[in-house]
Design a protein around this ligand. Sequence first.
Ligand SMILES: Nc1ncnc2c1ncn2[C@@H]1O[C@H](COP(=O)(O)OP(=O)(O)OP(=O)(O)O)[C@@H](O)[C@H]1O
Length: 610
Amino acid sequence: MDEWEEQETATSGTCALTSHTSNAGMFHFRFSDRGEFQRGECRKTMEPLQEASCAEDSANDGDSQNNTAERSSFSRRGGRGGGVCVWGGYILLVISVEFKLPVHRSAACQLYLPLCAAFLFLTAGPRVTYVPPPPSEDEESIFSHYESGVNFDKYDEILVDVSGTNPPPAIMTFDEAALCESLKRNVSKSGYVKPTPVQKHGIPIVSAGRDLMACAQTGSGKTAAFLLPILQQLMADGAAASCFSETQEPEAIIVAPTRELINQIYLEARKFAYGTCVRPVVVYGGVSTGHQIRDLSRGCNVLCGTPGRLLDMIGRGKVGLTKVRYLVLDEADRMLDMGFEPDMRRLVGSPGMPSKENRQTLMFSATFPEDIQRLAADFLKTDYLFLAVGIVGGACSDVEQTFVQVTKFAKRDQLLDLLKSTGSARTMVFVETKRQADFIAVILCQEKFPTTSIHGDREQWQREQALGDFRSGKCPVLVATSVGARGLDIPDVQLVVNFDLPNNIDEYVHRIGRTGRCGNTGRAVSFYDPEANSELAQSLVTILSKAQQEVPSWLEAAAFSGHGPSGFNPPRKHFASTDLRKGPQGGLFQDSSVTSQLAAQTAADDEEWE
Ligand SMILES: Nc1ncnc2c1ncn2[C@@H]1O[C@H](COP(=O)(O)OP(=O)(O)OP(=O)(O)O)[C@@H](O)[C@H]1O
């Protein structure tokens, strides 16, 4: 089961319990012959990681939680003793009901209290008290950045297509973006000399007030493409200076699927808005709600949030929506897939939220499957523009992709060999499950590779510490589940290892995009287990050939044997747009930059990917 699924199912108590025990240790229970219940020792199944063990970890990630999930998450800090007692009662109830065991009357009475408490515990949830350290106020660290790489200028060669009616002309320089002085200064302090293609086209589109669905390769600067024009407009219109109020009415709302990603976007917004009257705020799960409410009440123009916590704040009346002018969905295809779509519909349907005709909606991602494009149209004005930089859903061409055919039992040794050969290169290792993430991290630590892990079963402070240790190089290896696949912009990641390949090609594209960012080169090594990954073979061949990379003959053979229609697409130098509205014949409207033949070709390619 992948992490997203786990997060979503983990909202029920029983699931959370299973996940907790599997992660933290094994509880042993036995009954006396009078039906009384005794709790045995709690035995750890594995050595703790470098940081604190996961004994208090939550089964809920909180990234994809809705309000209920946020409040009903199982183990949070505080009330551990009560939690154990309640768990005891709860477990006994489940076991005795399940196996029709006779429970002694006095024992049963003793249990009612904890059971009632358990009910409250499960419905209300213990309080989350974690308060993250405040971000640095030091100008140098606010503007710290890594250098763009040797291939940065090659971005200009990527073919770009804007489809839809009357797109505004692209800008070639930041000067043409007509940013106000303070924004210009902040852009320059961030080390930005010239805009990337998604910025050249995206900034004028947003500034022209158009709705936008933008697809550009990982690490190519999508965040600034929406932040800069929004901040510019807010400043030009004289966004009300932030002031204290119990209910804040932000002008822009930005949502993203994970806590770490939304925090990163917030820090970018804070950087670009530095020294201006625009105040960004971030809200996400796993952190004290009271702390975030206090922060919010100090003023908020741009609110960044994960869906669960955002809806929670709206539900509590801490955020009003009547002034919303911009709604941004980063990783939009993820925000509109089955996991988050209901939350997004709840958000746009919340009282006060302007209708799509009366707000500007912007969607960004490196991948945009057709079914999601279709769905996205519900949130966008009918004349939205579709911006495609390069091949929609394509892998970043600056990442060298290698595949190793390996059985699941040989993966561990293969990983150790690989890490030994790469020295201290900063490496992200992706695995399928949270449990596997801890397991691999422990093994690597034992083998003297300083390693940490990030996944949805870790407390938020542990996740943030893990990311911090990875960023700083204290732990040059980070083992991650899908929670680390999208959006994270970490300097100098040289290698991504797919210890377990994902079961979805888009996830593969996002994972390998953690390296090879901003014109830098990177490397991805994927362990292909023929038993488990044959379903992915065809999509991998397509992705590799589109990125003009060598396709191993065994992978090509696997792609052609058995699964789906045969044939993959030969490497093409050309861009082809896949704006769904064009249809196979070239579409509902005219655009000048691509031939309908190419469009048709890619539409067919995309069908193969799914
Ligand atoms: N014009 C620019 N000049 C120099 N650096 C830039 C420019 N635009 C963006 N960057 C830097 O490039 C890096 C990647 O940008 P960003 O995180 O916005 O990529 P992205 O397209 O959103 O990636 P992903 O698809 O993985 O979310 C960041 O460190 C960002 O500061």
